[in-house]
Design a protein around this ligand. Structure first.
Ligand code: B12
Ligand code: SF4
Ligand code: SF4
Length: 230
């Protein structure tokens, strides 16, 4: 088991995460009943990820992004989070590599003012739907961290909910996200708009537009989504 070094504090963690070119996404204290398995003896989870271009640009410049091998974003994340964990005396955990999966969305809602959107993605009052996770750092020692800010979900005051009507195959409905309908559309010639610009449902959301993915980031995400379903 790793032990947090005495010098590790919130500012030190923020500095290390930002130096690695990633975004610090808040922290949460694990309840005693959550401290089992790989998390036995762990008290604090610090989340690390992407917000708009923050994190993405570092990945885009990385050797993994250009080496032509599979899963470049996940391999980059393992290298960066692995180095951060060694430096800070933490254990690195990843959102990929399952099932089973670590409950990143449940953790995220305890670390930042996030709420589920009708698309299933978590929405942030400032970044909208344009944020995600590349890993978590689990610390054995509790770290002094202010409680997550509180804010109402932007969806609560979104009368028109344009995200629910923008998908050309109505992939979002009462039954949740119809992954097969989405993937089928993306593989068809008509699906090239989504492939090139990104998910039209996500793009229809008015919140956090400055953080929206530009075409390079959108295309990468869509190709990775389809590749995982081949
Ligand atoms: C499996 C998975 C998928 C599957 C299935 C998703 C589905 N059927 O809804 C597929 C491959 C389809 C998928 C696609 C995408 N995913 Co995905 N996915 C995951 C993954 C790896 C595991 C989810 C899981 O099963 N967790 C296990 C449970 C126990 O964890 P949990 O946190 O407690 O689960 C909570 C949520 O999942 C939530 N929830 C689940 N389904 C739904 C549905 C609705 C309507 C609501 C309100 C809530 C909700 O409720 C759970 C309890 O709180 C997570 C990473 C992770 N480790 O969480 C990413 C993750 C959820 N995906 C993410 C993203 C960004 C996407 C994509 C947009 C990107 C892409 N290019 O692939 C697409 C599109 C999804 C969409 N439009 O909704 C992000 C979400 C970030 C955010 N802002 O919330 C995550 C967190 C990955 C990351 N690295 O950040 N995904
Ligand atoms: S369009 Fe409205 S309901 Fe849909 S995710 Fe954005 S704020 Fe929420
Ligand atoms: S990527 Fe396109 S087809 Fe898939 S859910 Fe989004 S809008 Fe619908």
């Amino acid at each position: 088991m790793n032990t947090a070094q005495p010098s590790v504090n919130r500012d030190g963690i923020r500095q290390a995460v930002e130096q690695a070119g990633l975004a610090l996404r808040g922290a949460l204290r694990l309840e005693p009943e959550e401290q089992t398995g790989l998390l036995a003896g762990m008290h604090q989870i610090v989340l690390v990820g992407l917000i708009g271009r923050t994190g993405w640009d570092s990945f885009a410049r990385s050797p993994e992004a250009g080496d032509g091998r599979p899963d470049p974003l996940d391999r980059w994340s393992e290298r960066c989070l692995g180095e951060l964990a060694r430096h800070l005396g933490a254990q690195a955990l990843y959102p990929f590599g399952g099932p089973p999966y670590w409950p990143f969305q449940r953790w995220a809602q305890r670390a930042e003012p996030l709420a589920p959107s009708p698309l299933g993605l978590l929405i942030h009052p400032d970044y909208g739907l344009w944020h995600s996770y590349r890993g978590a750092l689990a610390f054995a020692e509790p770290i002094d961290w202010p409680p997550a800010a509180q804010a109402p979900s932007p969806c609560a005051s979104c009368a028109d909910q344009p995200c629910l009507t923008a998908c050309p195959v109505s992939a979002f409905g009462q039954a949740g996200y119809d992954v097969a309908a989405c993937a089928g559309w993306l593989r068809s010639p008509a699906g090239q708009t989504c492939m090139d610009q990104g998910c039209q449902a996500r793009l229809a959301c008015p919140v956090g537009r400055p953080f929206a993915h530009r075409p390079d980031q959108a295309r990468f995400g869509m190709r990775a989504f389809l590749a995982a379903r081949d």
